[in-house]
Design a binder for this molecule. Structure first.
Ligand code: C5P
Length: 231
């Protein structure tokens, strides 16, 4: 995998026009566009179709973090498959049977990424949610479920990479909460630099604000690609 194809940029913008304008600036510098809740709720599947048509060489990662009963999940996953997305996220917290239903429905072209524990959650947030395990223990447990269900990959923070490598060695490790040295952390809690995340086994990095809010987003993306390449 080359360095550019490992970089996923989060198009966390309010509407399709802004997303297309950002995508035009970034298409040559990144491997994948991530369409998340804000953009998808505002614009629906048409924004995915527009991105697919205009930028056929850049894959789409539909980050909807689905969490429902298996029958409903199957319906949504089938719709994402027909849209031509490369990856879609589902929450890993409902166990192997739910994840397996998603994997079956996705087929070969669409990869199911299981979100282990959000990178914005720390130990206190996990305790408040009723978990008695630490975030790292939960991530490991859920990575194990994802591997057993046949998921394409997991989403975790850089800080759990070594741990998940042991239980899910063959899965993609997609890592948000990436912050180049000196950039603002914002609401993220379990953060890591691009070089460190790659060195510890990330296969893909998800970067939003450090690129999208930069004065020159394409230059910020290229700097991260260079950091990936040298790591
Ligand atoms: O702006 P920032 O780089 O923090 O954006 C990270 C992106 O990754 C956001 O779109 C967020 O929804 C997503 N994400 C995350 N943590 C996860 C899964 C996805 O931050 N566990």
């Amino acid at each position: 995998m080359d360095a550019r194809s490992r970089l996923i940029v989060a198009l966390d913008v309010p509407d399709a026009a802004t997303a297309i304008a950002s995508a035009e600036r970034l298409a040559g510098s990144v491997g994948m566009f991530k369409v998340g809740l804000q953009l998808f709720v505002a614009e629906g599947p048409s924004v995915v179709r527009s991105l697919r048509e205009r930028f056929p060489d850049v894959d789409i990662f539909l980050d909807l973090k689905l969490h429902d009963i298996p029958n409903t999940m199957r319906g949504a996953i089938g719709a994402a498959r027909r849209l031509g997305c490369r990856f879609i996220t589902v929450h890993a917290g409902s166990g192997v049977q739910h994840l397996r239903a998603c994997v079956e429905e996705a087929g070969d072209a669409l990869g199911i990424l299981a979100v282990t524990v959000l990178t914005s959650q720390d130990a206190q947030a996990c305790a408040e949610a009723g978990h008695t395990r630490s975030p790292a223990e939960l991530v490991e447990l859920r990575a194990r479920c994802a591997a057993e269900a046949g998921c394409a990959g997991i989403v975790c923070s850089g800080q759990e990479l070594e741990r998940v490598q042991a239980v899910a060695p063959d899965l993609f490790k997609v890592v948000p909460g990436i912050r180049p040295a000196g950039s603002a952390v914002g609401d993220q809690k379990r953060v890591m630099t691009p070089a460190m995340a790659i060195a510890q086994g990330a296969t893909h990095l998800v970067v939003g604000r450090p690129i999208m809010k930069a004065d020159d987003p394409a230059a910020a993306a290229s700097a991260i690609v260079n950091e990936i390449a040298s790591a």
